[in-house]
Design a protein around this ligand. Structure first.
Ligand code: PMT
Length: 409
């Protein structure tokens, strides 16, 4: 699996750590940002250094940690405003009630608040505090002020707090903060202002209340596409079948079960969309009627009468013929043999601009796994065979093609 994330690669990210018990999670966040390819500088408040030693962050980033406002050495090496000035993004995690209050009032009394005040890039806050402090009108007002000034925020979540009590105030998990950071960085990307519909996962066609006809789709490919589209600034609607995954930050997720429900959600979202990418494994057949109660077994055999489900892509391209929208339609083709020929036939029959032909028989490709082996076939007949890649890398390539197709429209 690639650890690098294109939207973070080479970006200058300042992680500001203020003094709360969640400071230990900032180490994990920092490590993930470094692994994603970002150049990370850490700024700590003196209180944060009581919870986690600066050396931890220095070891993770291989860069000096900014802590002392009036250190001669740090002033020459770092400068009290230079980190903020050159940052593409500052993430303050945890952002305590005290730090939020200082930011809301423009105080610059430690390295973190000074860096934030000098920061020219966007600032993402990950608040963490006791529920009472979070609900306090002073904190609520401070968050409102910061929101109006363009600060972004993620969390806090509900759960177990440092006191042992349950409530709102837990800092979001490092994964969720990293995801929000990607959204912030990508929001002015090449697909900014464009609506993109992505489908993911498999559909389930009910036989009775407890059984269904389904397939092995995990949703990994479709979710990776949603991340890649979101990271380019697109307004993404992700229509997905049952999947135990969290939707990417900033993405509108619509959960469905059956092919019919997926068609309704897709057609609804596609009305003013610029593009649609159908990675979902949609059932081609469903039981003619779902039994109202659980079907009891008998000694004999049982036959299931199946009828066709709607072809969602065909419905999308038929409507496009009348309305012109969505401008770009991309499908996938899950194939076990004659991959190229079968995919080409689907591209033509469904009226697509691009089809991602997917060899789903190989153990490292297709359903459930983290990697994929695909051929990109365009409407002009051109075919590009990609090597075995992570699904994230496949998604990035597909999104690059989508951006090029939209550029040509
Ligand atoms: O979810 P993962 O575990 O990560 O697996 C990824 C994947 C293998 C599901 C994915 O890479 C993939 O190949 N998706 C397409 C699966 C599929 O249904 O292929 P198909 O050849 O049967 O359908 C062709 C196209 O028509 C697809 O874009 C499909 O979404 C669409 N379709 C199919 C049936 C239907 N009734 N309506 C449709 O629109």
């Amino acid at each position: 699996m690639d650890m690098e994330i294109p939207i973070l690669k080479g970006r200058k990210v300042v992680v500001g750590v203020s003094g709360g018990i969640a400071a230990y999670k900032a180490a994990d966040l920092t490590s993930r940002l470094v692994q994603a390819g970002a150049q990370v500088d850490v700024v700590m408040t003196p209180a944060a250094a009581e919870f986690v030693r600066p050396l931890t962050f220095q070891a993770l980033t291989h860069r000096p940690v900014a802590l002392e406002m009036f250190s001669l050495w740090q002033e020459t090496e770092i400068g009290h405003v230079s980190l903020g000035k050159r940052a593409d993004l500052m993430v303050i995690a945890p952002a305590t009630a005290s730090t939020l209050a200082k930011l809301a009032h423009g105080l610059a009394d430690n390295m973190l608040t000074t860096t934030a005040l000098a920061c020219r890039g966007p600032i993402l806050l990950a608040p963490a505090m006791e529920s009472g402090m979070w609900a306090n009108p002073a904190t609520v007002a401070n968050m409102e002020v910061l929101g109006r000034r363009g600060y972004f925020s993620v969390g806090p979540d509900s759960g177990r707090l440092a006191s042992g009590a349950e409530g709102v105030g837990r800092m979001s998990e490092p994964d969720a903060i990293l995801d929000a950071a990607r959204w912030v960085l990508g929001r002015n990307g090449p697909l900014a202002g464009k609506k993109v519909v992505v489908t993911a996962g498999g559909t389930r066609e009910a036989i009775d209340p407890v059984r269904f006809v389904g397939n092995h789709s995990s949703g990994k490919m479709g979710f990776a596409l949603a991340y890649a589209a979101r990271d380019r600034g697109a307004e993404v609607t992700l229509v997905h079948g049952p999947a135990a995954r969290t939707a990417p930050h900033g993405v509108r997720a619509v959960a469905v079960e059956s092919a019919e429900q997926m068609q309704a959600a897709v057609l609804d979202a596609a009305v003013d969309a610029a593009a649609i990418i159908m990675a979902a494994a949609v059932a081609d057949y469903r039981p003619k009627a779902a039994a109202e109660h659980k079907i009891k077994k008998t000694q004999g055999e049982m036959a299931l009468e199946l009828v066709r489900t709607p072809d969602i892509l065909a419905a999308v391209t038929t409507r496009r013929a009348q309305s012109g929208s969505p401008r770009v339609v991309i499908g996938f083709a899950a194939e076990t043999c004659n991959v190229l020929e079968n995919a080409r036939e689907k591209l033509t029959r469904k009226g697509l601009d691009l089809i991602v032909a997917n060899d789903v028989l190989a153990a490292d490709s297709g359903f459930g796994v983290d990697t994929n082996r695909v051929i990109l076939i365009d409407a002009g007949g051109g075919a590009a065979s990609l090597p075995l890649m992570s699904k994230q890398a496949v998604a990035e390539t597909v999104l690059d093609r989508l951006a090029a197709l939209l550029g040509r429209c």
